[in-house]
Design a protein around this ligand. Structure first.
Ligand code: C2E
Ligand code: CA
Ligand code: CA
Length: 545
């Protein structure tokens, strides 16, 4: 029995020995004097730069035990021969009666895992397309900088190319890519040593810069260079820059970026403005927009939205139909025009709910008119890009007219020109199906978009609504006026040749109206004829005629 036990012990020692020798951890065993009396192959590999026999002190110094992170084990980093090596190191003393009698080290090499982690980290913190910092990398770097106590006043800038999605559509992705790379290159060349910059998403770049290094003129000249790259095209690029000045000490990078973006978004429709600075008014506006969004759901439930009708008339003022324009009858603020809420709802996606509501109101009204014997009047409704992208419009509209048993020819659908560009093929086929079913399709705001003439060749619609906005500038010189008239005349002619009807919209003066009649336009919508009015007013005015 005893003999057997001894035999077993021999084996057990062998097993221990093998376990140590072939362990994938480096193991060193030191005696009371701190001399290494056992080191396995892996330990020898790790400690190759040292000479044997190792001393405990010497090994701990080499491995960087004192500076390493963690309790025990610790994460140690060794820089040797131009490379960083990473080890998880455990160091234990064996004590008998309060005296250290021996100690050992276990070292696990995770240099390769670290390389993978660092590559992944690089992929997360960098934008593979431009090589700049990514959103994560940029925010992380700015936060780090501020944590290290960056002194002085700093500015957070963000930029955005106006209608970049449309640019991609019209000029193609290759051109879009070229613009982005050029912007990244110019940004890289422009900045001073201290600054941090990156690409946040799509065409949105960000720059964190000391205030004293920032000059509007420099940024402006860079943007002009960028416009220059596009000179051969018909399209003129606009870039907006939002700026937040960090005046009250460090803030989170993400918060500062959001503020710069609020400032930038405030420019939105303005083609001449480049820079916009964040201030508390903008903040207030943003907050009230957010309140609006929550208020919206309730308002919709309580049917606070109503449609107004603006007549489509002949020159003598006779109406054959009207456009439904939504108004918010706000319990405290009174009647709010769409400019106050449509774009907010478009951004939040809630426009789909509102449009559905408005269309249904319009179709119900058509049904009501039908029942009362006024079936000859039509109503046109507006469609937003979000509607087209996220739902089957054909199904929505056919369902509505079937539910209310209304003649589809009385429902006219206004689709704006800019919407068409976003997904041309899809929208061309949608328009085909809608017309085949019997709806009338109008192209809205024709002339305010990008590639009007190109569009005309491809889209078959019933009516072209020409926006008079570009006739409205008062102080034009004669040449300019002449030119605009030529464009107008051409559009009306082309429309006629393509068997499309034309409605001139936004007609404000008799002079404009006469000019349009002279050019061959027969249908009008504008303040000169009629303003948008409540359904009641509309009925009183026209249903007696
Ligand atoms: P829009 O579709 O171009 O509608 C015409 C706008 O021009 C209306 O403004 C109308 O009141 C205004 N207008 C009409 N005649 C004249 C004129 O002679 N001079 C001037 N300066 N303006 C004139 P409104 O009602 O404020 O609507 C603004 C925009 O809001 C509409 O432009 C349309 O894009 C959008 N909108 C209105 N209702 C809806 C809706 O139910 N759904 C969606 N998605 N958008 C809507
Ligand atoms: Ca419209
Ligand atoms: Ca319009």
């Amino acid at each position: 029995m005893k003999k057997q036990k001894g035999y077993g012990k021999f084996h057990i020692n062998r097993v221990y020995r093998d376990l140590i020798d072939y362990s994938d951890e480096g193991i060193c065993y030191f005696n009371a004097q701190g001399n290494c009396i056992l080191a396995n192959e892996e330990a020898k590999r790790i400690l190759a730069p040292l000479e044997e026999p190792y001393g405990a002190e010497e090994v701990l110094t080499y491995i960087g035990w004192a500076e390493a992170e963690g309790e025990n084990p610790r994460r140690c980093k060794v820089h040797f021969g131009g490379t960083d090596y990473h080890y998880v190191v455990e160091y234990r003393e064996i004590r008998r009666q309060n005296k250290s009698v021996a100690s050992y080290l276990k070292m696990r090499d995770y240099t390769e895992e670290m390389a993978v982690i660092e590559t992944d980290r690089y992929a997360i913190t960098h934008d593979s397309f431009t090589g700049l910092l990514s959103r994560e990398g940029f925010f992380e770097r700015v936060d780090e900088k501020l944590a290290q106590g960056a002194d002085g006043v700093w500015m957070m800038l963000c930029s955005n190319i106006k209608d970049f999605k449309v640019v991609n559509k019209i000029l193609g992705n290759t051109v879009g890519d070229k613009i982005l790379l050029e912007e990244a290159r110019l940004l890289k060349n422009m900045v001073r040593r201290d600054s941090i910059y990156g690409r946040i998403i799509d065409d949105k770049f960000a720059l964190f810069v000391r205030k004293e290094y920032f000059r509007e003129e420099i940024v402006k000249s860079v943007l002009e260079k960028m416009q220059g790259t596009m000179r051969n095209n018909m399209y003129r690029m606009h870039v907006h820059v939002g700026i937040y000045e960090m005046n009250n000490g460090p803030e989170k990078a993400q918060d500062m970026y959001n503020k710069a973006k609020i400032a930038m978004d405030a420019i939105s429709g303005n083609y001449h403005q480049i820079f916009s600075y964040y201030n508390s008014v903008l903040m207030e506006r943003q907050l009230s927009e957010m309140r609006f969004m929550t208020e919206f759901e309730r308002a919709l439930d309580e049917r606070q939205f109503v449609i107004y009708l603006q007549a489509h008339t002949s020159f003598n003022g006779r109406a054959d139909g009207a456009e439904a324009l939504v108004r918010w009858k706000h319990p405290e603020k009174g009647i709010l025009p769409p400019a106050r809420f449509i774009s907010i709802l478009e951004d939040s996606g809630q426009i789909r709910q509102l449009d559905q509501y408005v269309w249904e109101e319009a179709v119900r009204l058509l049904r009501d008119w039908k029942d009362r014997g006024y079936e000859e009047y039509y109503i046109s409704v507006n469609v937003s890009i979000k509607d087209i992208l996220y739902r089957d419009m054909y199904e929505v509209f056919t369902n509505l007219v079937e539910t209310y048993e209304v003649n589809p020819a009385r429902l006219h659908i206004e689709i704006t020109e800019t919407v068409l560009i976003v997904d041309m093929d899809k929208i061309i086929s949608l328009i085909k199906r809608l017309r085949a079913y019997g709806f009338v399709v109008m192209i809205d705001d024709f002339g305010t978009g990008y590639s009007s003439f190109y569009l005309l060749r491809n889209i078959e619609a019933d009516v072209l609504k020409i926006d008079m906005e570009f006739l409205q500038k008062q102080n034009d010189n004669d040449i300019e006026k002449n030119y605009k008239e030529i464009v107008l005349r051409t559009v009306i002619q082309i429309a006629r040749e393509l068997s499309m009807d034309v409605i001139a919209e936004g007609v404000e003066t008799e002079e404009q109206a006469r000019l349009l009649v002279g050019l061959g336009c027969r249908r009008f919508q504008g303040y000169y004829f009629h303003r948008p009015e409540s359904v009641d007013e509309f009925e009183k005015k026209y249903f007696r005629m």
